[in-house]
Unconditional design. Sequence first.
Length: 137
Amino acid sequence: MAEGAAGSRDTAIKPARPRLRPAAPTIKLEGTCLKNYLADHHTLKVLRSLTAYDLALRYLSGIEGFYRGLKKALKCGVLAARLYMTLYMHGGEWTCGELAKKVGRCRQNVHKALKKLEKAGLAARSSKHRWRLKIQL
């Protein structure tokens, strides 16, 4: 009887193994680096998200225009310079609350810094509660 019991243990039903997801496919590109591929992919994604007008404005403003504006913004304060860079990099129109969340500061201080940028000619109101970068060509 002991032999029969031992035999029954061997034939016991084993629990099913959970199915594993297949591994993510690896990208193999001949003669290129994956880092370059990802950077190019990101660049294409950004270019597709912008209109031709936005691209032309960014091209015309150029890096020199950005640094001139940043220099002016730094005279307005560190937060103002940070907001200037955020507006430049992300474009579009922002409320004070959205910018405050993006830079991690309180809305009132962001509003004061935007007023300084407006006075310096770097930012402009597009409506009562929305701000945008003022591009000077």
